[in-house]
Design a protein around this ligand. Structure first.
Ligand code: ADP
Length: 609
């Protein structure tokens, strides 16, 4: 029969040279490449079956058969897909048309061929087999009934031969003659391990030495109604290597703007709460059931690293490299679309099943907050997912900012909040009373990161987020009980107080805030707040001292008494004035040495008794 010898295209030779001589790691990925080619060929045949009547050997099952032969150091990967004609063999296995492969070559040229760690980052397709083989024979019969049976054969150096052979089954059968040092790939156990690792969700049966190895179906490609809870659970446990049940399961399909099949799981536990540090991202990227990357870093934003599952998009080029993936506009878009859907999903959960959402929130609110700080484009949606107690909620009822906005008073333009260690501490402090008296709601936040999060959030639905302990909040007049000190007395008391404190205070003034408390310390808007100060301190930075504004309540008996005391008993008056300032500073989180307060209190008591 006629045997035709042909040379490889120059680029193919170049690629093969790199593959064979310069790459040292991740040789195993050739199985992934060949199995995905086989799966592609089956996929194409499946499509042809819909439109073509004359398909060669129509009864052949759509499956991949792999056999290992240790004795002869051979691995055979066969499929019943579309196969190849002579022209196709030349075109597909003799030239490079694929953009991923071209990108690989390009990057090799730029970075030099010594960079051996790179192959795992690239799909180099069929040619990767020459990393482990010193000869490959491809036996094939095209799906076209009248096509010849052929053998393509090459040692992966200069060229290849094509010859007609005795009748072959439809599809392609790759007979891989392994190099001596890679005999491991003729071992059943090794191949089984690799199939489990890379090809478990290939949608066609894979038989290894006659036994089916891929048990798990591509669940994400099925319609929602066709998958049982049990199946979801098993799949979650498989992909996430988890033992628990998924807390939430989100299964969706989209065809615009991108083709997406996603099956995502939110786990029961936040692993990071156990103090093992950040978890690795766990949403695998597939293209038509073929694994592109089990842990793609640039796909979903960092703060979604707790999510598990699979995203499959037919729009991705199969050979997309991990490197080019990171800056591929397509992958970014894919990540954005899925992130948006996930946020919508959580939003819906929160309304449909508030109790379940609440539990989720307790474990995972950290990630939402991290997202607000780091993902500008999703921050509004994320802020909508925050939950908090407030001055208008009872018990441990939680609200959202949307609930808050719905309760806002006519004319109220800002959202007020306090951040402190607990609700009771915030409620016993001096900041709340002014807001309560005016019927303004104050949201309570109790986590260390909250201040920082709101600082970066700034607004929600165009409403400014304002700390209730900030100095320059404009509050409307409200009727106040009790007689106040005369204006002239107030003025001289303020001057005296300011001087007595020797530069500790920016200003002493009267204001509209205080009802039941004598004084309050207000932090200038641009000063670092307590949480920020704690963070700066933890990072070893110098923390600038804050000079607060002291607002005094001219109706409060203590203040009135102090006004007369300062002429009658100036020494005690001085101590009391300092004590009031320190207590106010304590409530504002500005006191570094609280024990001083007790010492001075003792001094005052001694003088009085
Ligand atoms: P890619 O799969 O990314 O296109 P490859 O180098 O892996 O690049 O393969 C080149 C081409 O060879 C494929 O596009 C396909 O047309 C053909 N091919 C490879 N394997 C098979 C197969 N098992 N059956 C049919 N055609 C195949």
């Amino acid at each position: 029969m006629n045997c035709e010898h042909q040379s490889f295209q120059a680029e193919v030779r170049q690629l093969l040279d790199i593959v064979i001589h310069s790459l040292y790691t991740d040789r195993e990925i050739f199985t992934r490449e060949l199995v995905s080619n086989a799966s592609d060929a089956l996929e194409k045949l499946k499509l042809l079956q819909l439109t073509e009547s004359g398909i060669h050997e129509p009864e052949q099952p759509l499956q991949i058969e792999i056999t290992t032969d240790e004795e002869n150091r051979q691995l055979v990967i066969a499929d019943r897909g579309i196969g190849m004609t002579r022209e196709e063999l030349v075109q597909n296995l003799g030239t490079i048309a694929h953009s991923g492969t071209k990108a690989f070559l390009q990057s090799m040229k730029e970075k030099g061929t010594q960079n051996g760690g790179m192959i795992g980052q690239f799909g180099v397709g069929f040619y990767s087999v020459f990393m482990v083989a010193d000869r490959v024979d491809v036996y094939t019969h095209s799906w076209r009934t009248d096509a010849p049976s052929l053998r393509w054969s090459s040692d992966g150096r200069e060229g290849y031969e094509i010859e007609e052979v005795d009748s072959q089954a439809r599809g392609a059968r790759m007979v891989i003659h392994l190099k001596e040092e890679y005999a491991e790939y003729a071992k059943e156990s090794r191949i089984k391990e690799l199939l489990n690792k890379y090809s478990n969700f290939v949608a066609f049966p894979i038989l290894l030495n006659g036994e089916r190895v891929n048990q798990v179906e591509a669940l994400w490609l099925k319609a929602k109604g066709e998958v049982s809870d049990k199946e979801y659970e098993e799949f979650y446990q498989f992909t996430a290597k988890a033992w628990d049940k998924p807390r939430f399961t989100m299964h969706f399909t989209a065809d615009a703007p991108l083709d997406i099949h996603a099956l995502l799981f939110l786990p029961e536990e936040n692993q990071e709460r156990f103090g093992f540090g950040p978890v690795q991202p766990g949403v695998a990227l597939y293209c038509k059931r073929v694994l592109i990357d089990p842990q793609p870093e640039g796909l979903l934003p960092e703060w979604l690293r707790f999510v598990r599952g699979v995203i499959d998009s037919a729009d991705l080029p199969l050979n997309i490299s991990r490197e080019s993936m990171q800056d591929s506009a397509l992958v970014k878009k894919l990540g954005q679309v899925v992130t948006k859907r996930l946020l919508k999903f959580l939003e819906k959960k929160a309304t449909d099943d508030a109790a379940a959402y609440r539990e989720f929130y307790q474990g995972f609110s950290r990630f939402i907050k991290e997202g607000i700080v780091s993902s500008h484009e999703h921050r509004e949606a994320l802020a909508g997912l925050l939950r908090f107690e407030s001055s208008m909620t009872e018990g441990d009822t939680l609200s959202s900012f949307d609930d808050y906005i719905a309760r806002m008073k006519d004319g109220q333009t800002d959202i007020y909040y306090l951040a402190g260690t607990s609700r009771s501490v915030m409620e016993s402090g001096p900041y709340l009373e002014a807001f309560k008296a005016r019927g303004l709601e104050v949201a309570y936040f109790t986590e260390g990161v909250d201040e920082f999060v709101f600082e970066s959030l700034g607004t929600y639905r165009e409403k400014k987020l304002v700390r209730a302990d900030q100095a320059d909040i404009e509050l409307e007049e409200t009727a106040l009980d009790g007689e106040a000190l005369a204006a002239s007395e107030v003025e001289s008391l303020q001057t005296w107080w300011q001087e007595a404190m020797g530069g500790q205070l920016k200003e002493v003034k009267t204001g509209k805030r205080l009802i039941g408390s004598p004084v309050v310390a207000l932090v200038p808007e641009d000063a670092p707040n307590p949480q920020m100060r704690a963070m700066m301190k933890a990072m070893g930075q110098d923390v600038p001292s804050v000079k607060p504004v002291l607002e005094i309540n001219p109706r409060h008996p203590l203040v009135k008494k102090l006004s007369s005391l300062r002429t009658e008993k100036p020494e005690i008056a001085g101590l009391v004035a300092q004590q009031l300032v320190d207590q106010a500073m304590l409530s504002a989180g500005l006191v570094e040495h609280p024990q001083q307060l007790a010492t001075r209190m003792n001094e005052i008591l001694e003088k009085i008794l």
